[in-house]
Design a protein around this ligand. Structure first.
Ligand code: KIV
Ligand code: NA
Length: 277
């Protein structure tokens, strides 16, 4: 298989082929995703909640994002891997934003970076794309500013606020972004954006009328326990599978059923020990 580039994704849009995108934070999950046929992976700052147990994404650091991006890149050498810029890595200045975006490429070999915001962030998008880095915009529900939004809430549900979301979409494309992610807005708003923009538009909780879907892997596999957003489809329940397996192990240890003498033990040998067996 060959590595997926931005041109492949643009071509998929042109042909009407939908793009499958999933978050991933570690090496084994990235391997599974590539094997499953995922075109894109996002090393989301959602790792703060899904892997580190924070309440939100605000505490996540650049170093954490880089470490997890490296692991994902190693697990999925052919996927289009996107590094997610954490809070305060691009809010301060264009210079800061370019330097941190560049770290993702230099240290983790990602294919693009993603940052939150539309109109208010156009100068950053322009600076990063001018540095030669693929940028994916992210509008609608933007979790890093959930304080201002009053929580993790759907956006653009009235004519007035929908207009603001559309203005953000136009601003992201105008600033030079290669793709746009729309989160938690009504499907008709996404559809309007999709029909208006030239760049690929992807959805997370923003309906089917666009070029592809993103989900958080911890939601998809039933691993994240704190809450489940309305837009999530759980495809399996690994929390149950893993907990059951661990319970069995605990039981076996207590009952001295594990390890079985014959099956799971090294037996004494006569004469020389063979170090290579
Ligand atoms: O961090 C993340 O996983 C994200 C998605 C929720 C869009 O940014
Ligand atoms: Na994010």
């Amino acid at each position: 298989a060959k590595k997926i580039s931005i041109f492949d994704l643009v071509q998929m849009k042109a042909k009407g082929e939908k793009i499958a995108w999933l978050t991933s934070y570690d090496y084994p999950t990235a391997q599974f995703a590539q094997k499953a046929g995922m075109e894109m992976l996002l090393v989301g700052d959602s790792l703060g909640m899904c892997v580190y147990g924070y309440n939100g994404t605000v505490p996540v650091t650049m170093d954490q994002c880089i470490c997890h991006s490296e692991a994902v890149r190693r697990g999925a050498p052919n996927c289009f891997v996107v590094g997610d810029m954490p809070f305060a890595s691009y809010q301060i200045s264009d210079e800061d934003a370019v330097m941190n975006a560049a770290r993702f490429l230099k240290e983790a070999d990602v294919d693009a970076i993603k940052l939150e915001g539309g109109v208010r962030i156009t100068s950053r998008i322009k600076a990063i794309t001018e540095a030669g880095i693929n940028v994916i915009g992210h509008i609608g529900l933007t979790p890093q500013s959930s304080g201002q939004l009053g929580g993790h809430k759907a956006q653009g549900r009235t004519a007035e606020t929908a207009k603001l979301v559309v203005e953000d979409a136009l601003a992201v494309e105008e600033a030079g972004a290669q793709m746009l992610l729309v989160e938690a807005v009504p499907p008709e708003v996404t559809e309007y954006i999709w029909k208006t923009l030239d760049i690929p538009v992807l959805s997370i909780g923003a309906g089917p009328h666009c070029d592809g879907q993103l989900l958080i892997v911890s939601d998809l596999i039933g691993q994240f326990q704190a809450f489940t957003p309305k837009f999530v489809k759980k495809y399996c329940n690994v929390a149950e599978v893993i907990t059951n397996a661990m319970q069995e192990y605990v039981k076996d240890v207590k009952a001295v059923k594990f390890p079985d003498q014959d099956k799971y033990c090294y037996h004494m040998v006569e004469g020389e020990e063979d170090k290579f067996k």
